[in-house]
Design a protein around this ligand. Structure first.
Ligand SMILES: [Fe+2]
Length: 363
């Protein structure tokens, strides 16, 4: 194996250990392997331990999205055999193989001729498999190819396990945060469902402006936790049946900092802090707690601010009835550029109009 193979291999190891999008890095790793070995297609299969099935985590070729819907039983096909027997398999003429399943080819309309299948292992347990399809040169897959795949298989296995653990951790944070937000809402009868709606609207804006999956996750957590600081506000103020006086307002205005103080102690929630601390800042610098202006205000906070205010206006409050959607949107427009970011308001109006149309069509 030449020097450039090892250099590229090291780059892949490095990327698989970074915070980059795992599926993107895995796809690149497989592309590298395809070129290095001279194969027509490649894939990474993973085990769904709950359902006892195997599925494509990454697969190259035009039909990759369709192929990802395929599920094989454990032991089914060449890949199933590789996984259940924990065995590397080379087949240079699939038609002669008793293990080969036509399932994948019938979806992709691709003709599989030869297969190299290597199990992915982590701490002695099989977690999936790497496959290369159709060796371009006539010689068929060789032992040398197997060595190359094995070298990629080690960091790929580790990355898959890490990604799974990271996702589980993220889900725990998400569920715990929702439970916390619900518990706080229960103290305040009038805001039932407020947090979930703010989260829903925020994510809709984030999607519309092209945020990545990762950013959307942090935005939704930030939206869920934005009023977590209300835990420190006395009931008498939180549930007052009339507008707050100046002294009470002053206490109420502490909730972003209180929330920030609570959440900052949790390392895994760090990226949600901006929306919590700054969701009451305003474009003209008259907001709180820091009086930030315009672009000094983080995007998460700008988005949550619009969604929070809209939902507060369109639901009943202790001291007034809910405003109509139309009036609430007019209010957002009126304060666009003063209280709210004009671009966020524009996107939000577009989203809400579509939502209303959708709801009308459904009824
Ligand atoms: Fe708030």
């Amino acid at each position: 194996m030449d020097v450039s193979f090892y250099q590229n291999l090291l780059k892949i190891w490095e990327k698989l250990n970074s915070e980059l999008d795992i599926d993107f890095v895995l796809s690149n790793a497989m592309k590298f392997l395809e070129e290095e070995i001279g194969a027509e297609r490649s894939s990474i299969w993973e085990i769904d331990f709950d359902k006892n099935e195997i599925f494509f985590r990454v697969v190259s070729g035009d039909e990759s999205e369709k192929l990802k819907e395929i599920r094989l039983k454990m032991g089914e096909g060449v890949v199933g055999h590789t996984i259940s027997e924990k065995k590397m398999i080379i087949i240079n003429n699939v038609k002669e193989s008793p293990f080969w399943s036509k399932k994948v080819d019938s979806v992709s309309h691709f003709e599989t001729k030869s297969i190299l299948s290597v199990p992915l292992e982590y701490k002695g347990e099989v977690i999936g498999a790497i496959q290369l399809i159709n060796k371009l040169k006539n010689e068929g897959f060789t032992k040398r190819d197997v060595e190359k795949v094995k070298m990629i298989a080690i960091p790929v296995s580790t990355a898959l396990v890490n990604a799974k653990m990271y996702n589980e951790l993220k889900n725990i944070f998400f569920e715990t945060s929702l439970a916390l937000a619900d518990a706080i809402e229960k103290r305040d009868y009038y805001t039932a469902g407020h947090t979930r709606r703010v989260m829903k609207y925020s994510v809709m804006i984030g999607e519309k402006i092209g945020m990545s999956k990762e950013q959307l996750y942090w935005l939704s957590l930030s939206a869920i936790l934005h009023d977590i600081g209300k835990i420190g506000i006395p009931d008498a103020i939180l549930n007052k049946q009339a507008p707050l006086n100046d002294a009470e307002k002053e206490i109420m205005r502490k909730h972003p900092v209180l929330g920030y103080e609570i959440v900052k102690k949790v390392e895994g929630l760090r990226k949600a802090l901006d929306g919590i601390l700054y969701h009451h800042e305003t474009e003209n610098g008259e907001g709180y707690p820091e009086g930030l202006k315009g672009n000094e205000i983080p995007l998460f906070a700008k988005i949550i601010s619009v969604c929070d205010t809209f939902d507060a206006m369109t639901t009943d409050r202790p001291y007034r009835k809910a405003l109509s959607t139309e009036i609430a949107l007019n209010e957002l427009e009126k304060f666009s550029g003063k209280q709210f970011d004009p671009e966020v308001v524009e996107v939000f109006k577009e989203i809400i109009s579509k939502e209303i149309l959708r709801e009308l069509n459904e009824t």
